[in-house]
Design a binder for this molecule. Structure first.
Ligand code: SF4
Ligand code: SF4
Length: 198
């Protein structure tokens, strides 16, 4: 299945329940709602959920973490229970090549959460699938977990690659990545539209 087919539907029977991790940890900058990262949204009432749920902004209706979108993430990894938030990010104007479209795993409290067996296995699987860049994020910073340094450098600067083989690998990587971006961006826009009744 191509990347652009993979993450754009919701897993049946998976609900947010009492999780409100995205209402706290995400930076939201939409016309109808702005909030900094790591601050619980003012509309969030503890143990009750969103006090404007029925009229919540479209950004809240449309955004879903990967736990809601990718059935291969184990059910146990609901963000409020696992302490990690997996998301797919697709940017229109990224600052850095590997931020065009990527998977990011954010540790909410402690980076030790990355080492929990199910989290580590999920990260290893995304890296092993070699589809999208994988970032680890914690406390406002993020590091690239895949491609690794050697390959990332070869992709960004083929002439400085340590070997011809690595330069070729980087070139193939970049062609494959660039080819998937447009379909991903289109799918991303449609997905958000589809999930935004407002
Ligand atoms: S982080 Fe995921 S599971 Fe939790 S409330 Fe947000 S979308 Fe739902
Ligand atoms: S408006 Fe509601 S759903 Fe949206 S971030 Fe705030 S608490 Fe969450």
């Amino acid at each position: 299945m191509s990347v652009s087919d993979r993450f754009f539907s919701l897993v049946p029977d998976r609900q947010c329940g009492s999780c409100m991790v995205c209402c706290e940890y995400l930076y939201i900058n939409s016309p109808s709602l702005k909030k900094p990262a790591d601050v619980l949204c003012g509309n969030c009432v503890s143990n009750q959920g969103c006090r404007i749920y029925d009229t919540r902004p479209s950004v809240c209706r449309s955004w879903h973490c990967l736990w809601r979108r990718d059935a291969t993430i184990p059910a146990e990894l609901r963000p409020d229970k696992s302490g990690v938030l997996f998301s797919l990010s697709v940017c229109d104007e990224p600052r850095y090549l590997f931020e065009n479209a990527y998977i990011v795993c954010m540790a909410l409290k402690t980076p030790a959460a990355f080492d929990a067996p199910l989290v580590a296995a999920t990260l290893a699987r995304y890296i092993g699938e070699a589809m999208l860049p994988v970032w680890l994020s914690h406390a406002g910073g993020k590091t690239l977990a895949w491609p690794d340094d050697k390959l990332a450098n070869a992709i960004l600067s083929p002439v400085a690659a340590q070997s011809d083989q690595l330069a070729d690998e980087g070139k193939i990587w970049l062609e494959r990545y660039e080819a998937m971006l447009e379909p991903l961006q289109a799918k991303n826009a449609r997905f958000h539209h589809h999930h935004s009744p407002n």
